[in-house]
Ligand binder design. Structure first.
Ligand code: ADP
Ligand code: MG
Length: 634
């Protein structure tokens, strides 16, 4: 070992300490994945070198045979993983192996419960990575040198995986990284050629560069041990270049874990080769679980881009729309140039046509999943439904396709789970129903009991119940599905079309005429608080209800605007009353103008409360109500 200089001891970032603790205690049942993670990193490091060397061939330092070597020492109880990739400088090692750069990590760590079972699921969202080495090792040493740096600028990083690590500058002749794991007592099984070979085959067969292990060779007695020979144990070809029919599910799954930095299997994948005017391969995956930073602006997204099998960049965002940012995968193009940059990608018309084709592939894959694996699709929707709802606004061309993938809670499903598709809704619609009815609101409990649903309940018509913050905004982009338009049941003058019989329509007209006087009296009493007063066809049980004007913003949109500090346009509700309700009959017969005023204001405030709105003057409501209660009790 060469001389160490500038030796210092540094502490891990708090989140790393937590992660280490979690890792060691919760991934114990699947310890062998440490090798997969370290090989995955080595492979990434080689990809990076290969790419940087395109413009700076001197980085190869005359050694262009890129590979990974895994070796072991039974006596010393060590396992060593070595690559000749890009390597790390001293600074690189301090940041990459001492901190976690992902934004939102601290918040994520707060979610950890201390319950190892639950936490080991959470870690799936986070990915595992380098620190998994400490599952089997009680000391990890990293020897590395960044390609292009002087041999004297190597780094030695070492840690027992507790609170701190040591770092020193060393001489390292070869570029790249060597990681030495000092196995914990009881983990010596990993210092074994047969065992390591099996793990590599199982998890890393898809790695596109050779992974070599020492060739087993017995030295004949009395002879000197022969020079070490190595043999390649993986297939060492890029997975996506092989024919689909030859690739096993397990291989697709392991490849996903490598590129997706995920710990769990994907839900589904789609592997395609396009030939013709454009030539490219793509392998796209739907993860099983949303990453914790799905809603963080800076969170990594996009595909891994290769040009003619050479890795070019991670997180190439231009190949998929934002609402599909959760898709992981690889695209390998024959048409792009190797020195393509992010800026070029944004402008290149080739990319636009690839983007629309890849988008379609993803939507097709999701359609298939929904059709063939409805239970899995439910899980998908729970994790990614909110993001899919951004789709219709962003991707006009695929609006109808995306709408088909949406799932909603409904009056015809117990429990408020989002499980009903629009196709299913239409398939069981009432005869003569040519609209898709929906109601938006704050919570499922609130909309489920909304008076707006009374007439629908009476007639048995299904209404979709939309309570995600984004729903009202989503619906403003969806006008129709399968030729049927959407109707917000709390908005405007509800017209049930063919669902009302001629008789019902005639009767409604007559009632409206008969109640013109009452309408005028209420209008005079409520004054500025309402935009209109009218007889309702929406109600069977409640006395009154507030409807939103046809062109006005609903409550969700108002809240979104308010939260973003924008001025919310003033709008007044429509007051509708149920002429058959005893309270309205009482109101109609009320002689005292004062009591008429009190009662109509109480009905108005109650209607606002039932709609989940807050009262402008709650004290006035309480005062009026108490006045009536006192009168009642004398
Ligand atoms: P991830 O692979 O998701 O980035 P890891 O925890 O596996 O996270 O690795 C952390 C970082 O450490 C990598 O992003 C990389 O910068 C650096 N690293 C790890 N192993 C190597 C290696 N063999 N060669 C060069 N850099 C490495
Ligand atoms: Mg990694």
């Amino acid at each position: 070992m060469s001389v160490e200089t500038q030796k210092e001891t540094l502490g891990f970032q708090t989140e790393v300490k937590q992660l280490l603790h979690l890792m060691i205690h919760s991934l114990y049942s699947n310890k062998e994945i440490f090798l997969r993670e370290l090989i995955s990193n080595a492979s990434d490091a080689v990809d990076k070198l290969r790419f940087e060397a395109l413009s700076k061939p001197e980085l190869l330092e005359g050694g262009a045979e890129l590979k990974i070597r895994v070796s072991f020492d039974k006596d010393a109880k060590t396992v060593t993983i070595e690559d000749n990739g890009i390597g790390m400088s001293r600074e690189d090692a301090i940041t990459h192996l001492g901190t976690i750069a992902k934004s939102g990590t601290a918040d994520f760590m707060k979610n950890l419960s201390g319950d190892q079972k639950k936490d080991s699921h959470l870690i799936g969202q986070f990915g595992v990575g380098f620190y998994s080495a400490f599952i089997v090792a009680d000391q990890v040493e990293v020897f590395s040198r960044r390609a292009g740096l002087d041999a004297s600028e190597g780094v030695h990083w070492s840690s027992k995986g507790e609170g701190e690590f040591e770092i020193a500058t060393i001489d390292k002749a070869d570029r790249g990284t060597r990681i030495v794991l000092h196995l914990k007592s009881g983990e010596d099984e990993f210092a074994d050629g047969w065992r390591l070979r099996n793990i590599v085959k199982k998890y890393s067969d898809h790695i596109a560069l050779p992974i070599e292990l020492p060739k087993e060779q017995a030295a004949a007695e009395g002879e000197e041990a022969p020079a070490q020979e190595w043999e390649v144990v993986n297939r060492a070809s890029a997975l996506w270049t092989r024919p689909r029919t030859e690739i096993k599910d397990e291989e697709y799954q392991e490849f996903y874990k490598h590129i997706g930095h995920d710990y769990e299997n994907p839900l589904s994948w789609s592997h395609n080769k396009v030939e013709g005017k454009l030539e490219y391969s793509s392998l796209l995956y739907v993860p099983a679980r949303a990453p914790f930073d799905l809603y963080q602006r800076e969170a990594p997204k996009g595909l891994k881009l290769y040009v003619q099998r050479v890795f070019v960049m991670d997180q190439a965002e231009s190949f998929l729309p934002l609402y599909l940012r959760f898709i992981k995968g690889v695209v390998d193009s024959n048409d792009l140039s190797l020195n393509v940059s992010r800026e070029i990608l944004q402008k290149d018309p080739i990319i636009d046509s690839m983007k629309s084709a890849l988008t379609k592939r993803v939507l097709d894959m999701l359609e298939k999943l929904a059709k063939n694996e409805p239970e899995q699709y439910k899980g998908f929707w729970k994790n990614f439904g909110q993001v899919m709802k951004e789709g219709p606004a962003e991707d006009f061309a695929n609006k109808e396709k995306i709408a088909g993938l949406l799932r909603f809670a409904s009056t015809h499903e117990e429990g408020g789970e989002q499980v009903v598709s629009l196709a299913e809704y239409l398939a069981r619609a009432k005869e003569g129903q040519d609209k898709i009815y929906y109601l938006t609101g704050e919570t499922y409990a609130q909309v489920k009991n909304s008076p707006h649903l009374e007439v629908f309940r009476k007639k048995g018509i299904e209404v979709l119940l939309l309570t995600d913050r984004i729903d009202e905004w989503l619906m403003s982009y969806l006008n129709e599905f399968d030729g049927k338009s959407f109707v917000d049941v709390a908005r405007g003058d509800l017209d049930l079309g063919n669902l009302d019989s001629e008789e019902e329509k005639k009767e409604a007209e007559e009632v409206a005429k008969a109640k013109e006087g009452l309408v005028e009296r209420i209008k005079a009493s409520l004054g500025d608080a309402v935009s209109e007063v009218r007889v309702s066809h929406r109600l069977t049980d409640s006395p009154a209800i507030l409807a939103i004007g046809e062109a006005d913003l609903g409550m969700q949109m108002r809240q979104i605007l308010e939260a973003s500090g924008q001025k919310v346009p003033d709008s007044k509700p429509i007051f509708e009353f149920n002429p058959a309700h005893p309270l309205i009959e009482k109101l109609d017969g009320e002689q005292s103008e004062e009591r008429f005023g009190d009662l109509s204001h109480i009905l108005f405030d109650q209607a606002a409360l039932a709609a989940g709105d807050s009262l402008k003057d709650p004290a006035a409501y309480v005062r009026r109500l108490n006045k009536l209660l006192v009168e009642l009790s004398v």
